[in-house]
Design a protein around this ligand. Structure first.
Ligand SMILES: C[S@@+](CC[C@H](N)C(=O)[O-])C[C@H]1O[C@@H](n2cnc3c(N)ncnc32)[C@H](O)[C@@H]1O
Length: 314
């Protein structure tokens, strides 16, 4: 028999999840996340429990009535504490799905967001048209010299997703952060596209002397004054990846200046921004790209999200 004092000590040190089944652990985790106003608490709770019990989705759902082992409940407690402490789920898991592919992420890079997949969709649509036009112009027999710049590449998600879907393009990806270039290199290797995704350290288009058919960019665009009010997990991502200066458009304006003479005839530039920035960005682009067609594309919520600049021929 345990003395009542020893029982009290064990009760104090035991994980609150000890002796529960996986489903109960999920419910409790979800409640804790909801209480901390974490959106998508149910999805995040499932991810954390699966991480603690080390099961894929199918095995997790098949074992909801199995008891949580002592080690597993301690692991889950730790994971939940990290999340409640403000660490983004992507950093805890160490990866994030983007365009149907898994990307390694950690505190050195921004976690790719679903809205950025629009950039990849637009790029792939543009590249398909461009390759068809080049084939009929020069009879390249399906071979294409199309070169794409993924500026501000971070984890490499955008450029790597493009390279993985469009086999015969060359992607040059740049970032001003050496740490980000390291993460992007690991992701390019993991997705077997390192031979077609060249990574270069430097400021925007600075490291790219080549003429470009397409420039895609998700630049830092949060106005500096909005930084403090951002959710605590977002503030754990590199400020350099998010802060775009006074009105959020500093990096974008620098890129416009650099890009004005860099697009090949019929080339295009696609820039992700906040919906409320598109009007000003459109005006700035029309000044610098006098003969280009400037417009915007909407995201799934119907908000203008990507500024599009398409240069004419010659
Ligand atoms: C918003 S994140 C985009 C990351 C990735 N492309 C994505 O969509 O998930 C912006 C990235 O731009 C990089 N960056 C900031 N200023 C830069 C500059 N002047 N030149 C190149 N990269 C820059 C940051 O290091 C960060 O990785």
């Amino acid at each position: 028999m345990l003395s009542s004092r020893r029982r009290a000590i064990i009760m104090r040190t035991e994980s609150p999840l000890a002796n529960s089944v996986i489903l109960e652990a999920f419910a409790r985790t979800r409640l804790l996340l909801e209480r901390s106003r974490i959106t998508d608490a149910a999805i995040e709770a499932e991810v954390l429990v699966r991480l603690a019990v080390r099961k894929d989705r199918a095995r997790y759902f098949a074992s909801l009535q199995e008891p949580l082992g002592a080690e597993q409940s301690t692991a889950l407690d730790e994971l939940v504490q990290r999340r409640l402490g403000g660490e983004p789920l992507g950093y805890i898991v160490g990866s994030r799905e983007f365009y149907g592919m898994d990307f390694q992420v950690d505190s050195r890079v921004l976690i790719p967001r679903p809205e950025t997949e629009l950039l990849v969709d637009l790029a792939l649509g543009f590249l398909a048209e461009r390759k068809a036009a080049l084939r009929s112009e020069c009879g390249t027999g399906g071979r294409s010299p199309v070169t794409v710049a993924d500026v501000c590449t971070g984890s490499g998600a955008v450029g790597i997703a493009i390279a993985a879907s469009a086999q015969d393009v060359r992607v040059i990806a740049t970032d001003i952060s050496a740490d980000a270039i390291d993460v992007a290199a690991a992701n390019a290797t993991a997705h077997s596209v390192l031979d077609r995704v060249e990574l270069r350290l430097g400021d925007l288009l600075g490291p790219i002397p080549e003429a470009l058919d397409l420039i895609v960019v998700n630049p830092p665009y949060i106005p500096s004054a909005n930084w403090e009010a951002l959710p605590s997990d977002v503030k754990m991502e590199p400020r350099m990846a998010l802060d775009g200066g006074d009105d959020g458009l500093d990096i974008f304006r620098n890129l416009l200046k650099q890009g004005a003479n860099r697009l090949a005839p019929n080339g295009a530039m696609f820039v992700e921004l906040m919906p409320e920035q598109i009007e000003n960005a459109d005006r700035a682009a029309r000044k610098l790209f006098e003969k280009a067609a400037v417009g915007s594309m909407q995201d799934l919520s119907g908000n203008p999200r990507v500024l599009t600049i398409q240069r004419g021929g010659k």
